[in-house]
Design a protein around this ligand. Structure first.
Ligand code: MGD
Ligand code: MGD
Ligand code: SF4
Ligand code: MO
Length: 725
């Protein structure tokens, strides 16, 4: 314990290689953005030594994009341009707090770290003694997606205790799980390779909003003659870039129906002999089964399901098959459906059928986590060996509400304590009102480690202050490009904040735990997790490029760097592995149950399908709505629908409407737009309950049904009705 107190009182001097006497009074420190965003931009912080209440201290006076960063090239974004407002916000939590009002009230008193840790240590030990270690739930996501912040010390702490395990699959896991059933790997085309593409299909990704630093690559390809196709149920900011005169296209299917379109495309391609027979013969398995599987999938049949024109599907299929260097670019959006994994499994069949992988700039492009995170030794970080003989249950993070309230198989041993860090589940996890009921339980002890008093933190018994990215060293492993970056702390932790690894060192000590690895410092953690990376070099170079095939083609040479690691060693159009999971062997379309085409009683009562997408340029998930230069600049929460759907409900622009289903009812302003097609509405996500007029959030309405496989969740298969308030 004494040692830990020492760390608390005396954080290391920053920047780490200089002592306070050595460093110049004004200096720049290099870092990288920690947000769960594909761009992982490089930044530079200008730091000045200034007199403060605590003596001379480094103060961050400017934070700008680093012009030398190979991907972001000096630009940040409207979220992070004002990052220092976040760091220095008067609303930051800078001291531990204990709740004094009812859960959710937001009434807290400031306490010392000693008091907070004494209470936490005692309560956690009591829960484990009385109910067993599985009564403790770790709950975290990617609020800070840097190596130590996301994966650092929580894994080994909870493994050592034998706590309940958490499946974290809100974002991205399903894409990999789907694609792997075709290719045996999530490896894909690195996105800047699309500069070589001739046709770029942005399939369910809103690049100009969510991945803005990739847009220059796409514009460069366009300048070289490439065409773009945008496929999205919403006419997004990215769809606005479509220029029909250049031969670009916007396709607007009903949500959750794209697989039907892909099946029809394969039908056309095989029917008209447009597939690459050599590539198919040499590198794939199950062509005959695929051909039989798509035989009935005429464009007309798909057109009726997707709500798009049959001739359009036919023409698009021919384009994809006959344009060498066709890139199918996708990120996360389409995984949030009941058939989410099948979407990516099916999409991955297209470049194999057309032989697109053989061309530079051809193939399927998604997250490049496969290439960057491949260097991390997760076993060394998480230490599954610390579980010993314990085999604790696993729960899915998307089912938090159910886990805390009704889950049958935990009835005899419910969750009695929860540590939440690096996420804001009440805003970001589906079925939020059920989560709220769980968080309200008096017999649940909740600790939240946060920068701000989020909706979730308001339900905590103890809130602990968390650092921001400029207050601790870390390493950022991007999933949108290949440049792994070192993030140097620019200033000391603000107030009494600590980072996510220090959090678990302190709680371990407070519980009286003795396992030595729980007290590894950050440097030791980094070195053990990265056996192949020279951390000193990374720190001085600022970034290194993750290994990627030199000729740019991940499957260009199947005997080369990335063989197809399926059981058969071939791209599998027909998959035994899927059959073993109880899924169709060949790509197949299953209409989501909670969708417009579900033909259920639900669709009669709730005839609109609700999407809750990222929409605001100044928001990153739930992280900015509370800041004065971010939230108000985006207006207020709203529901967007087309003129016909608004008129049918007597709703006009600016009215307050009730959006409701069996899960919840929320009140929001009406926005009538031509971005939505009939039957589909959108309530952008990211606003907190404190910004909604009735305290609810977009996720109060959303479905927590899990995806077909991969453990993700079908936020976007949500039916609602909308009426005047
Ligand atoms: N309806 C709907 N819901 C969605 C989505 C959607 O499109 N629609 N998208 C989903 C997706 S893709 C994602 S990734 C999730 C994101 O869900 P979350 O990860 O929960 O959301 P964030 O807002 O990114 O981060 C949450 C919190 O992390 C905190 N934080 C940041 N850095 C640190 C740190 O170093 N330490 C600690 N302790 N806390 C820190 C921030 O203050 C913030 O409050 O949301 C999902 N939810
Ligand atoms: N400004 C901003 N940028 C962000 C974020 C943010 O909150 N704000 N969040 C970051 C995070 S965590 C992530 S994961 C990425 C996500 O990046 P993206 O995957 O690009 O973004 P999403 O909004 O999740 O989904 C993209 C699109 O998928 C569409 N979509 C939904 N269902 C379907 C479908 O069935 N078919 C098709 N074809 N399209 C469908 C949605 O309408 C949406 O426009 O963005 C990151 N960047
Ligand atoms: S949120 Fe994304 S775009 Fe903005 S600075 Fe961070 S990595 Fe770059
Ligand atoms: Mo995400």
């Amino acid at each position: 314990m004494a040692e830990i107190r020492q760390t608390m009182a005396d954080p290391p001097p920053y920047p780490r290689e200089m002592s306070i006497d050595e460093r110049p009074a004004v200096r720049t420190v290099h870092g990288a953005c920690h947000h769960d965003c594909p761009d992982s931009c490089g930044w530079t912080v200008t730091v000045e030594d200034r007199a403060t209440d605590h003596g001379i201290e480094p103060v961050a006076v400017k934070l700008r994009g680093n012009p030398e960063h190979p991907f972001s090239q000096g630009e940040l974004c409207p979220k992070v341009n004002r990052f220092l407002d976040r760091v220095n916000s008067p609303d930051r939590i800078l001291r531990p707090m204990r709740r004094v009002g009812p859960k959710g009230s937001g009434e807290f008193e400031t306490i010392t770290w000693d008091d907070a840790l004494d209470e936490i240590g005692q309560r956690l030990n009591d829960v484990i003694e009385t109910h067993g270690a599985e009564a403790l739930l770790p709950y975290s996501d990617a609020g800070n997606q840097s190596l130590l912040s996301m994966f650092g010390a929580g894994g080994r702490f909870f493994n050592h205790l034998g706590a309940t395990q958490l499946t974290r699959a809100l974002c991205g896991v399903v894409v990999g799980a789907g694609m792997s059933m075709t290719n045996g790997t999530g490896a894909s085309l690195e996105a800047t390779e699309m500069v070589h593409s001739n046709l770029i299909v942005l399939w369910g990704t809103n690049t100009r909003l969510t991945n803005r630093h990739l847009w220059p690559t796409i514009e460069e390809a366009r300048a070289n003659g490439a065409r773009i196709v945008v496929i999205d149920p919403i006419r997004t900011l990215t769809a606005d870039a479509v220029d029909a005169e250049r031969g670009d296209q916007f396709i607007q299917p009903l949500p959750g129906t794209d697989i039907a379109m892909m099946l029809a495309m394969m039908h056309v391609i095989i029917r008209d002999d447009l597939h690459d027979t050599d590539w198919v013969a040499e590198h794939t398995l199950g062509f005959d089964e695929l051909r039989d599987g798509v035989a009935d999938w005429t464009p007309q049949r798909a057109a009726e399901i997707c709500g798009v024109d049959a001739a359009l599907i036919e023409g698009f299929a021919r384009d994809v098959a006959t344009t060498p260097g066709t890139a199918l670019r996708t990120l996360i959006g389409p995984e949030h459906h009941e058939n989410g994994a099948m979407f990516f499994r099916t999409l991955a069949c297209l470049p194999a059928l057309t032989g697109a992988w053989r061309h530079r700039g051809g193939g399927m492009s998604r997250s490049v986590g496969f290439w960057t995170e491949g260097q991390i030794d997760f076993g060394a970080l998480n230490r599954p060996d610390l579980l010993g003989d314990a085999a604790p249950r696993t729960v899915n993070m998307s089912r938090l509400g159910e886990v805390l309230t009704t889950m049958d198989d935990i009835e005899h041993s419910p969750i009695h304590a929860m540590i939440v860090w690096n996420c804001n589940p009440l805003v970001t996890v589906p079925n939020a009102e059920l989560t709220r009921r769980g968080l309200e339980r008096d017999d649940l002890f909740t600790v939240v480690h946060e920068q701000f008093l989020t909706d979730t933190a308001r339900y905590a018994d103890i809130v602990l202050p968390a650092t921001t990215q400029i207050e601790a060293d870390d390493i950022v492993f991007p999933w949108g490009h290949l440049w792994v970056a070192y993030n140097q702390a620019a200033v000391q932790p603000m107030g009494e904040a600590c980072n996510n690894t220090e959090l678990f060192r302190r709680i371990s000590a407070a519980m009286g735990l003795e396992e030595p690895s729980l007290f590894d410092d950050d440097e030791t953690l980094m070195r053990s997790a990265l056996p192949t990376i020279d951390i000193d070099e990374l720190r001085s170079e600022q970034w290194i490029r993750a290994p990627y095939p030199e000729d740019g083609r991940p499957f260009g040479d199947p005997d080369g760097a990335t063989p197809v690691p399926t059981a058969s060693g071939r791209v599998e159009f027909a998959s035994d592995a899927l059959e073993a999971l109880g899924q169709p062997r060949v790509p197949a379309f299953v209409q989501p149950k909670e969708s417009l085409g579900g033909a259920s009683e639900l669709a009669t009562r709730f005839p609109m399908q609700l999407l809750t997408p990222k929409h605001h340029a100044r928001f990153l998930n739930s992280s900015y709505a509370q800041l004065p230069k971010h939230g108000p600049a985006e207006g207020t929460p709203f529901v967007e629908l087309c003129a016909a759907d608004a008129a049918a409900r007597n709703l006009c622009e600016g009215d307050v409407a009730t959006v409701h289903n069996d899960r919840a009812s929320i009140e929001v302003q009406v926005k009538v737009t031509d971005r939505m097609r009939p039957g589909v509405a959108a309530v952008p996500f990211g606003w907190w309950g404190t910004h909604h007029r009735d305290g609810k959030v977009a996720n109060s309405l959303t479905s927590d049904t899990l995806t077909d496989w991969g453990g993700g969740v079908a936020y976007s298969d949500t039916l609602v009705e909308i009426s005047g308030a």
